[in-house]
Design a protein. Structure first.
Length: 157
């Protein structure tokens, strides 16, 4: 942890309203909510955790500030998803700390790779992913708003 004001914790059921709020805020600012967004954001235990995934919450000075999820895809593969930092906390490296926690968890789970879907208009997010070692790969049609798919091979880490 570079900044002692930032703490990453495991998601608890009571965090659901924050998980939904942080993600809805950025999705609605840049795009539109898709049916899958409503389902996942309102029922993260069912759509992420119960299938073998994990959610992390980022705190800044003990205030909930952001979130990220690792969704189980198949043996050895997780999707890095639902990354969001509240606007008032952006620029404080919370996204980076959440990302590092998620990558560390994937390694503990002996994942071989992490994939993510994003949009190139999210310039700072794409820059962070590249700094973390994610590289662009061929896009498939999972999300309508995504125009880039990236992966991080953990066996090379």
């Amino acid at each position: 942890m570079e900044n002692p004001a930032i703490k990453v914790i495991s998601y608890q059921v009571g965090h659901q309203p924050w998980f939904e709020k942080f993600n809805r805020d950025w999705i609605e600012k840049f795009f539109w909510m898709e049916p899958v967004d409503f389902e996942v954001l309102q029922n993260p235990d069912e759509h992420i955790i119960s299938s073998g995934g994990f959610i992390f919450m980022g705190l800044y000075d003990n205030e909930l500030a952001g979130t990220v999820a690792l969704k189980y895809v198949s043996p050895g593969i997780y999707e890095f998803t639902k990354m969001a930092v509240d606007e008032k906390f952006q620029g404080k490296k919370i996204g980076k700390e959440l990302s590092v926690a998620a990558i560390s968890k994937a390694k503990l789970l002996q994942a071989k790779k992490i994939v993510l879907y994003s949009n190139t208009k999210l310039i700072s997010a794409i820059a962070l992913y590249r700094k973390l070692g994610f590289v662009e790969i061929d896009l498939d049609g999972t999300y309508k708003r995504s125009d880039i798919k990236m992966e991080l091979l953990l066996s090379q880490q």
